[in-house]
Design a protein around this ligand. Structure first.
Ligand code: ADP
Length: 206
């Protein structure tokens, strides 16, 4: 049996992360893997506060938001029953829709990125992904997709913010290129073409 991996999907809002996470999970299941599909912010106690902030129901300083994301991530990893560490120990391949590169890019767009990276050091020590997949889509295309699907937008969902966040992703990838396994895929294509590239990359790690 090939090994169980920890895979993080990254990208700006509307880039197709959740669509690709589901397709990758299906393919891995067909190949005989047990899959745990998860996402950030979580639906746990800290994640719920973040969801309210993203939906603009409550307001908070961007530094506080960065710290909450780091805390939510530790809970996501370390929860005794359903945490990523436990799931990996139990033999699941874990696919997460967002992990710490999202913090580096989104929180790093509003606060010092090195500070955000240091806030997430413990998560990186506990478990870094075997692969970070970045689905690269132009921010204008993402905003069109978001506006076509929803009547309201979330905190970061503006073209200029998403442009800044995309740039921050690339800044973070450059900073951490020696420590992290990063795969950038052109996401401005058909869902199946993107899924094909992702599968080629992931199957090479199994
Ligand atoms: P994310 O999880 O990154 O926010 P989603 O997977 O929810 O993105 O996709 C956002 C929207 O864009 C959805 O309506 C989805 O069906 C659509 N979508 C996803 N990937 C593509 C693609 N490659 N081409 C066109 N539309 C896409």
């Amino acid at each position: 049996m090939s090994k169980n991996l920890f895979i993080a999907l990254e990208g700006i809002d509307g880039s197709g992360k959740s669509s690709q996470a589901k397709l990758l999970a299906e393919k891995l299941e067909q190949a005989g893997h047990k899959i745990h599909l998860t996402l950030e912010p979580t639906t746990g106690h800290i994640g719920s506060i973040l969801l309210d902030i993203l939906k603009k129901k409550i307001k908070s300083d961007h530094r506080t938001i960065a710290a909450l994301f780091a805390a939510d991530r530790l809970e996501h990893l370390l929860n005794e029953e359903a945490g990523i560490v436990k799931k990996l120990e139990d033999g699941y391949t874990v696919i997460t829709d967002r992990y710490y590169f999202s913090s580096y890019a989104y929180n790093g767009a509003h606060s010092d990125m090195d500070w955000v990276i240091s806030l997430n050091k413990m998560s990186a020590q506990v478990r870094s992904p075997d692969l970070n997949i970045f689905i690269d889509v132009p921010p204008e295309v993402c905003m069109q997709r978001i506006n076509a699907n929803r009547a309201t937008t979330e905190l970061f969902e503006k073209t200029d913010t998403l442009t800044k966040v995309r740039n921050k992703y690339f800044e973070a990838f450059d900073k951490l290129k020696n420590e992290e396994n990063i795969f950038i895929v052109d996401g401005h294509r058909s869902i199946s073409a993107i899924a094909g590239d992702i599968w080629d990359k992931v199957s090479g790690l199994l």
